[in-house]
Write a protein of this length. Structure first.
Lengths: 283, 637, 147
C-alpha cells in the first residue's frame, strides 16, 4: 500500500513535467508540419515560468478560486489514476475541474469568457457520455472499473475494443483542445472568441490553468495507454501514435461549430460504441 | 413508548393542523410550528433508535380510517366538480365504487394484522420527512409573511396554508408507516389532496388551472392504486405488506401478481411525476416556494419512488423489473434534457427533481444490492440538497422579484450569503465527493451489464452537469465589490444554514449513512451486502469510491484555492477585456459604444431551445414514455 | 532561485499583442509576416496573442488620434506588469505623414511610454524582430540582469 502511494505521489509530481514536455514536442511537430522551425521543446516551461512572474490581475476573486480548484482537481484525478483506483471515480473527479473552469469563466462579466464558458459546457456535453461509455466498455471487458483489473488482462484491450478506442480518440481531441473541436478555447487566439474561457485569466492564474491542462493531457493519454496495458513499449508506441494522429488532425482540420460537434461526436460515438459492444457480445 | 412515538408523528400533525387553522396570531403560530418541528425531529430520531417494529391497532381505528377515506374521496369529488374537471370526477367516482367493493365486498375483515409497520426503509423516509420537512416548515413561517405582504391580502390566508402544510406531515408519516395497503391508500389520497390545495393556494387563474391538472393526474394514480389493491386482494388474499413480503419474489400468485404490482408502480410514477405526467409537477411550481421545497422535491414526490422501492423485492428478477429500469433511465435523460432548455430557476429544479426520481426508479428496477443502496442514498441526499435549493430560490425571488436564472446573474453582489449557500447546494447536487455523486457512481456501476441503461445514464449525467454548472456560474458572476450586508430573518436564514451544513456533513459521513441506514435495507431485501469499507472507501467487486481520501484531497485543494483567492487585493482587480473600450456603468462592466455612450455588456446562457425546447421535447418524451408504459403493461398481461 | 527561473522565462517567452492604432496596414502586414514560416518568430517563443491580459509586449502600428488614444491607453493598462511597448513604423514613431492632421495626437509615446522604436515605412519584418529582441534587452536592464 505504502509503495503504491509513493508511486502515485511521484507520478503526480512528475505529471506536469511530462505534460509540459508533451506540449513542447507538440509545438515542434506542429511547426514541422507547417514547415516552420518552431520553439524550443522547453518553451511551455518558459511560458509558464514567465506567467508565474507576472503581476496578478483578475476580474473577481471567484475566478481565482475556480482556477486553483481546477488545478487541484486535475492533480487529484491524476493521483487517483496512478493509485489505480476506479475509472468512473476518476472521471467524476475530472468533472470537478471542468465544472470549476466553466464557473470561473462564467464568473467574469466578459462576453468572450461567457461565450467560451457556454461552449466549454457544450464540449463537456459531447465528451462526457463518450468517456463514460469508454469506461463502461473497459469495465465490461475486464469485469471491474478498477484500473488494476486492466493490468491483470493478458491481452491488450485494443484487440477487443478497437472501435471504443476511436470513441476515446474523439473525447481526447476535445479534451486536448484540438481542431476541429477547439471551439471554447485553444492555444491560438481566435478572432471571435479571443481565448474563450481563458480570456480573463492572466499571469499566475493562467499558469495554474496551463499546468492543470498538462495534468489533464497526461491523464487522457494514460487512459489511452490502458488499451495496451500488457507491455510498456506497447503503451508508449500506442500513445505516441495516437498523439501524432491528434496533431495531424489538428493541422488538417478546420474549426467546426458546436452544433456539428454535438451531432457528429455523439452520433458517431454512440454508433461506434454500440457496434463494438455488439461485436464483443457476439464473440 | 412506541405507540406514543407513532402517535406523535402520525396523529399529532393532524391535531396541530386543526389548531393552526383556528389560531390567527403570528406569534402563536410561530411557537406552535417550532414546537411541532422539535417534536417531529425528536420522535423520528427516537423511532430510528427504536429500530424496526410492527404494531397492531384496535379494530375501531381501522373502521375510522375506512370512514375517513370515503369522506376524503367525496371531498376530492366536490373539488373535481367545482374545478370542472370531468376526468377527475369520473376517476374519483370510480375510486369510490372500487373502494366500496374492496372494503365491503372483498376484504376479509376477520383477518387482522398489524396495520403499522416500520422497517429500515420506512425509518429512512421518516427521517427525511421529519428532519428536512421541519426545517422547511420553519422556513415557511418567514417566507409566508413576506409572501402575504407582497400580495397585500386583506385577510391573512396563512391559517389555511399551514393547515394543509402541517396536515401533510401526518399523512406522509402515516403513508410510510402503513403495513395495511388500505391505510397506505388513505394517506396517499391525503397527500394528493394537500398537494392540490397548496398548489391552488394563491387562487390565481394559473394556480387553479395547474391544481386541476395535478388533481386529475394524481386521481388517476389513486384509481390505479385502488385497482391494484383489488387485484392483490383477489390474487394474494391479503392487504398486508408483511404478508406479501413473506411470499417472496412474485409471491404465491405467480405471474398474476405482476399486474397489480404494475398498477402500484404506475401509481408511483404518477406521484413522482414521471413522463408522461411530468407536467403537473412543473405546474405545481406556481405554489408558494416552501410547498415546492417540501412536497414537490424532498418528500411528497418521494412517496412515488418509495412505492416503487418498497415493492422492488416483489418484482425482483422479472420482466417488469428490467423494464422499470429502462423506463427510469429514459425518464432520467428526457427530463434532464428538458431542464437544459429552461431559464426559469424553479422549473429547472422541478425537472431536475423528476430526473433524479427517475434515476431512483431506474435503480429500483435494476434491483441489485448496489443499485438499491444507490436509490436509498439518492433519496436522502437529494431531499436535503433539493430542499435547500428550493428555499434558496424562494429567498432570492423575494429579494430580486424574479426566479429566472438570467436575473440571478451577479447575485453574489446582492445577496452574498444566499448566493454562496445556493452554490453549495448546486455543488452537492452535481460534484464528487458529495453524496449525490457517490450514489450516481453506485448506480452506474450497478448497471454495468446493461448497455442501454448505462448509455442513457451517461447522457443524463452529462446533461445534468450542463444545467447545474451554468447556474452556479451565473450566481458567481459579480463585480469585485465590498460585500453588501444581507439581512434575513432568523426563520429564513437558519433553515438555509442547517440544510447546507447537513448536505455537506451527510456527504462527509457517507460511510455512516451507508452503514446506519442503507445497508440494513439491502440486507433485508437481498440478505447480501453491496459494499465494504476499506481505507475510508466504498469497495465492491466492480470498483471503489474513495470517500475520505477524496474529501481530504479536494478539501486541501479548496483551502489552497480559498487562500489564493483571499490574497487578491482590490488593486489587482481589472475590468474585463472589451477590446480596449472597457468602462463601467453603476459598477457593471460596459464598453464605450457609438457616440461615446457607455453600453452595458449583457450575456446570457445558451438554453438551446432548438434542441431542448420544452414544447418539442416534452411531446417526444411523453410519447416514448407512453410507449414504454404500454409495452410494460403488455408484458405483465 | 525561482526568481532566476522566472527571469529566464521572461526573456524566452515574450508574448506580443499587436494593436493597429490607425495604420495604413502596411506595417500590420509586415507584423503578420513575422509569423509566417519564413520568419517564424515562434522560434523565439514569441506568440501573437489577442488579449492584453496575456501579453508582455505591445506592438503598436499607426498614428494615434484623438479617438483611439483611449483605446490604446486602456489596452496598455490591462497588460499585467512587467511589460514593454514597441512603436512600429514612421506613423507609430511620430505620426508620420499624418502628423499635422487636425485629429492626430502624434506618436505612440504621446499616450503611453514606449521602450523601443522601430522605424520604416513600412518596417521590415527583420526590423520588427530586432525590435522585440531589443525590447528584451530593455527588460533585462529593468530586471537588473544586464551586465
Amino acid at each position: 500500500m505504502i509503495g503504491k502511494l509513493v508511486f502515485a505521489l511521484v507520478a503526480t509530481a512528475l505529471a506536469p513535467v511530462l505534460g509540459g514536455l508533451i506540449s513542447g514536442v507538440d509545438r515542434r511537430i506542429t511547426a514541422w508540419l507547417q514547415s516552420r522551425y518552431g520553439p524550443p521543446v522547453l518553451q511551455p516551461f518558459y511560458d509558464v515560468l514567465k506567467l508565474l512572474g507576472k503581476r496578478p490581475m483578475a476580474t473577481n476573486i471567484w475566478q481565482v478560486l475556480c482556477a486553483y480548484v481546477y488545478l487541484s482537481a486535475a492533480a487529484v484525478s491524476v493521483f487517483l489514476f496512478f493509485l489505480q483506483t476506479d475509472l468512473l471515480l476518476i472521471f467524476f473527479t475530472l468533472t470537478v475541474g471542468a465544472v470549476f473552469l466553466v464557473m470561473g469563466a462564467l464568473a467574469s462579466p466578459s462576453p468572450y469568457s461567457q461565450i467560451g464558458g457556454q461552449r466549454e459546457l457544450l464540449q463537456m456535453l459531447a465528451y462526457e457520455p463518450l468517456l463514460i461509455l469508454v469506461f463502461v466498455a473497459i469495465a465490461m471487458t475486464t469485469g471491474s472499473f478498477k484500473i488494476s483489473a486492466v493490468f491483470a488482462m493478458d491481452k491488450p484491450l485494443l484487440y477487443s475494443l478497437p472501435l471504443i478506442f476511436v470513441v476515446l480518440g474523439y473525447a481526447l481531441t476535445i479534451k486536448l483542445r484540438k481542431s476541429p473541436f477547439d471551439i471554447s478555447t485553444c492555444h491560438h487566439a481566435h478572432q471571435e472568441l479571443v481565448r474563450g474561457v481563458l480570456t480573463e485569466y492572466s499571469g499566475p492564474y493562467l499558469a495554474a490553468l496551463e499546468i492543470a491542462h498538462w495534468f489533464e493531457v497526461v491523464l487522457m493519454l494514460s487512459i489511452c495507454a490502458l488499451f495496451w496495458a500488457t507491455s510498456v513499449w506497447g503503451m508508449l508506441i500506442l500513445v505516441a501514435l495516437t498523439y501524432f494522429v491528434e496533431i495531424l488532425v489538428d493541422n488538417v482540420m478546420a474549426r467546426m461549430t458546436w452544433k456539428w460537434m454535438l451531432r457528429s461526436v455523439l452520433g458517431v460515438g454512440l454508433v461506434l460504441s454500440v457496434l463494438n459492444m455488439l461485436w464483443l457480445y457476439a464473440n | 413508548m412506541l405507540d406514543t412515538l407513532v402517535f406523535m408523528v402520525v396523529v399529532v400533525p393532524f391535531l396541530v393542523a386543526g389548531l393552526l387553522y383556528v389560531v390567527r396570531p403570528d406569534g402563536v403560530r410561530k411557537l406552535i410550528v417550532s414546537a411541532m418541528a422539535l417534536v417531529l425531529i425528536g420522535s423520528a430520531l427516537a423511532l430510528l433508535a427504536q429500530g424496526p417494529f410492527l404494531m397492531a391497532v384496535p379494530a375501531a381505528v381501522n373502521e375510522l380510517v375506512v370512514l375517513l377515506d370515503f369522506l376524503l374521496l367525496f371531498l376530492i369529488l366536490v373539488y373535481s366538480y367545482k374545478w370542472k374537471s370531468r376526468l377527475a370526477v369520473w376517476l374519483t367516482l370510480f375510486q369510490i365504487a372500487a373502494l366500496a367493493w374492496l372494503d365491503f365486498g372483498l376484504a376479509d375483515h376477520g383477518k387482522a394484522g398489524p396495520a403499522i409497520m416500520a422497517d429500515h426503509l420506512s425509518l429512512i423516509m421518516l427521517l427525511v420527512i421529519n428532519i428536512v420537512g421541519s426545517f422547511i416548515a420553519i422556513y415557511a413561517l418567514g417566507y409566508m409573511k413576506v409572501h402575504e405582504e407582497e400580495l397585500a391580502l386583506a385577510k391573512s390566508r396563512q391559517p389555511r396554508f399551514f393547515f394543509f402544510f402541517i396536515l401533510f406531515f401526518g399523512a406522509m408519516n402515516g403513508l410510510v408507516l402503513s403495513n395495511n395497503l388500505d391505510w397506505m391508500y388513505f394517506f396517499w389520497e391525503i397527500t394528493t389532496f394537500c398537494c392540490v390545495m397548496l398548489i391552488a393556494h394563491d387562487h390565481t387563474e394559473i394556480a387553479l388551472k395547474n391544481a386541476t391538472r395535478a388533481l386529475w393526474m394524481n386521481v388517476l394514480g389513486g384509481a390505479t392504486f385502488v385497482s391494484g389493491l383489488i387485484l392483490i386482494q383477489k390474487v394474494a388474499g391479503t392487504m398486508f405488506l408483511t404478508d406479501l413480503f413473506a411470499m417472496g419474489p412474485m409471491g404465491a400468485g405467480g405471474g398474476a401478481l405482476l399486474i397489480p404490482l404494475f398498477l402500484l408502480v404506475f401509481t408511483g410514477f404518477t406521484k413522482s411525476a414521471q413522463p408522461p405526467f411530468e407536467s403537473w409537477l412543473c405546474g405545481a411550481m406556481v405554489a408558494p416556494t416552501p410547498v415546492s421545497a417540501l412536497l414537490h422535491s424532498s418528500t411528497m414526490v418521494k412517496a412515488g419512488v418509495y412505492m416503487v422501492l418498497r415493492l422492488a423485492p416483489l418484482y425482483a428478477g422479472t420482466f417488469l423489473s428490467s423494464f422499470i429500469a429502462v423506463f427510469g433511465a429514459f425518464c432520467f435523460v428526457a427530463t434532464a434534457a428538458l431542464a437544459v432548455g429552461q431559464s426559469n430557476g424553479k422549473k429547472v429544479l422541478a425537472y431536475s427533481t423528476i430526473s433524479n426520481l427517475a434515476l431512483i426508479i431506474c435503480c429500483a428496477g435494476l434491483n441489485t444490492p448496489a443499485s438499491i443502496t444507490a436509490a436509498i442514498l439518492l433519496i436522502i441526499f437529494h431531499a436535503v440538497s433539493k430542499g435547500l435549493l428550493f428555499m434558496c430560490v424562494g429567498t432570492i425571488e423575494q429579494k430580486i422579484h424574479s426566479r429566472d436564472i438570467e436575473d440571478m446573474r451577479g447575485l453574489y453582489g446582492v445577496m452574498p450569503k444566499t448566493a454562496v449557500i445556493a452554490i453549495i447546494g448546486v455543488v452537492t447536487m452535481m460534484l464528487p465527493p458529495f453524496g449525490m455523486l457517490l450514489a450516481k457512481w453506485m448506480a452506474v456501476e450497478s448497471a454495468m451489464g446493461q448497455f442501454l441503461v448505462i448509455a442513457l445514464m451517461a447522457a443524463g449525467s452529462a446533461l445534468t452537469v450542463l444545467f447545474w454548472a451554468r447556474w452556479a456560474g451565473a450566481l458567481l458572476s459579480a463585480p469585485f465589490d465590498a460585500e453588501r450586508p444581507e439581512k434575513l430573518p432568523f426563520s429564513v436564514r437558519m433553515p438555509h444554514v442547517v440544510l447546507a451544513s447537513l448536505a455537506v456533513l451527510l456527504s462527509v459521513g457517507a460511510p455512516f449513512v451507508y452503514y446506519g441506514l442503507a445497508e440494513p435495507v439491502v440486507a433485508m431485501y437481498y440478505h447480501a451486502q453491496a459494499f465494504t469499507m476499506q481505507y475510508g472507501s466504498f469497495v465492491s467487486s466492480t470498483g471503489m469510491f474513495v470517500v475520505y481520501p477524496l474529501f481530504i484531497l479536494l478539501g486541501l485543494g479548496l483551502i489552497f484555492a480559498l487562500r489564493a483567492a483571499g490574497r487578491v487585493t482590490p488593486s489587482e482587480i481589472a475590468a474585463p477585456y472589451m477590446c480596449g473600450a472597457q468602462t463601467t456603468v453603476d459598477g457593471k462592466a460596459a464598453f464605450t459604444g457609438p457616440m461615446r455612450t457607455p453600453v452595458v455588456s449583457v450575456s446570457g446562457n445558451y438554453y438551446l431551445d432548438a434542441l431542448f425546447g420544452e414544447k418539442k421535447l416534452s411531446h417526444l418524451a411523453n410519447s416514448v414514455a407512453i410507449v414504454l408504459l404500454i409495452i410494460m403493461l403488455g408484458g405483465v398481461l | 532561485m525561482l526568481e532566476k527561473f522566472i527571469n529566464a522565462g521572461r526573456l524566452k517567452s515574450p508574448w506580443i499583442m499587436h494593436f493597429d492604432c490607425g495604420s495604413c496596414n502596411g506595417c500590420d502586414i509586415e507584423v503578420l509576416a513575422c509569423l509566417t514560416p519564413l520568419y517564424d518568430i515562434e522560434r523565439f517563443g514569441i506568440i501573437n496573442v489577442g488579449n492584453p491580459k496575456h501579453a508582455d509586449v505591445l506592438l503598436v502600428t499607426g498614428t494615434v488620434n484623438h479617438r483611439n488614444k483611449h483605446v490604446l491607453k486602456n489596452l496598455y493598462d490591462q497588460m499585467p506588469d512587467p511589460k514593454a511597448v514597441i512603436a512600429i513604423g514612421a506613423c507609430g514613431l511620430s505620426g508620420g505623414v499624418f502628423r499635422e492632421a487636425y485629429n492626430v495626437v502624434g506618436g505612440v509615446d504621446k499616450v503611453i511610454p514606449v521602450d523601443v522604436y522601430v522605424p520604416g515605412c513600412p518596417s521590415r519584418p527583420e526590423a520588427i524582430i530586432d525590435g522585440v529582441v531589443e525590447a528584451l534587452e530593455r527588460v533585462k536592464v529593468k530586471l537588473g540582469l544586464a551586465g
